[in-house]
Design a protein around this ligand. Structure first.
Ligand SMILES: N[C@@H](CCC(=O)N[C@@H](CS)C(=O)NCC(=O)O)C(=O)O
Length: 322
């Protein structure tokens, strides 16, 4: 039976426990060798042969030594790739690179301020040392910036690091799709098409959907695709999606309050206002390649909650925005 790997140092040290956590995940048997740091054992020549900087952890496997806790973890993951948590260090080059980058960020950006804070806030009082308030403030600031980055990353992904194979395929597909959608021939296709967008576009090809031109207040227009059986409400949704997309593709995306738009404007076809959301657009006589336009609509009395001045500001903004 192979001799267990040796880890030197007290498990209370975060660097030692980092290595222990990795060994446990990879189900690797280990032997924990105590190092009495209070007595300065980590600075003695015998220990310096294992860890030349006189720090814990030290690590030994088959008579070879490795130091630096994160390098020890990488070694463990590579050597014991086929056991325990197999995906711990990534199962493809991109995942590995992602894990490495976050390990570096942890080592270089997170660890320095958090170590100072752990020492100042947890250990200094126990050791009856005076806390350094300046160091605490400065490192809280530094740590906050790092945590903001972590927060941002974790808002879009469950873990800081790693790419699953299917996410890589999805990302590749999305980038190929984005390149394709840059072609002017496909200008109708939304930049992030949903399944129903694709469905509508296919229906456009087969004649069961229509393309409607929408004239804005500033005289410019854009096209939207709508199923032949679509209602006024569907048309409004398609317009909202398209306008939001056009706004997003411009620098400095502005928020449009659609509730207010539809309270003050409606769509019209010819001389008729499309006032019934549930009516099919075909009932208004709208067909493929027809044009609808935005027109001011006098809202019913109950919904006129804004002052004249505020409404004026809103109309003005809308005609500039859209
Ligand atoms: N980068 C090293 C840092 C090691 C480290 O700072 N260890 C601390 C305990 S967590 C230590 O040994 N401190 C005592 C000293 O530096 O003299 C690693 O990750 O292994």
């Amino acid at each position: 039976m192979a001799t267990p790997v040796k880890v030197y140092g007290p498990p209370i040290s975060t660097c030692v426990s980092r290595v222990l956590a990795c060994l446990l995940e990879k189900e690797v048997p280990y032997q924990l060798i105590p190092v009495n740091m209070a007595k300065g054992e980590h600075k003695k020549p015998a220990y310096l042969k294992i860890q030349p900087f006189g720090q814990v952890p030290g690590f030994e496997d088959d008579g070879f030594t490795v130091f630096e806790s994160r390098s020890i973890c990488r070694y463990i993951c590579d050597k014991y790739a086929k056991q325990g948590n197999k995906g711990l260090y990534g199962d493809n080059p991109l995942a590995k690179a992602s894990i490495d980058q976050w390990l570096e960020a942890e080592g270089q950006s997170f660890s320095p301020p958090s170590s100072v804070l752990v020492f100042q806030l947890a250990f200094a009082p126990r050791m009856k040392l005076k806390q350094d308030q300046v160091a605490i403030r400065q490192n809280e600031e530094k740590l906050k910036k790092v945590l903001d980055v972590y927060e941002e990353r974790l808002s879009e992904s469950r873990f800081l690091a790693g790419y699953k194979e299917h996410n890589i395929k999805k990302a590749r597909l999305q980038s190929t799709l984005a390149a394709l959608l840059d072609d002017p021939i496909l200008s109708d296709v939304p930049k992030k098409p949903s399944l129903s967008d694709v469905d509508t576009l296919l229906n456009l090809e087969f004649g069961s959907a229509m393309r409607i031109n929408v004239l804005k207040l500033d005289g410019t227009s854009f096209d939207v695709a709508l199923m032949n059986s679509g209602t006024v409400k569907d048309l409004k949704l398609a317009i909202k999606k398209k306008v939001n997309e056009m706004e997003q593709s411009k620098m400095g995306h502005r928020h449009i309050s659609w509730k207010h738009v539809w309270r003050n404007f409606c769509l019209s076809y010819g001389n008729e206002k499309l006032l019934d959301d549930n009516a099919a657009v075909e009932e208004y006589g709208i067909r493929n390649k027809d044009r609808v336009r935005f027109v001011p609509c006098v809202a019913s009395k109950g919904s006129r909650r804004h002052s004249k001045r505020r409404r004026h500001r809103f109309f003005h903004g809308l005609s500039k925005r859209m």
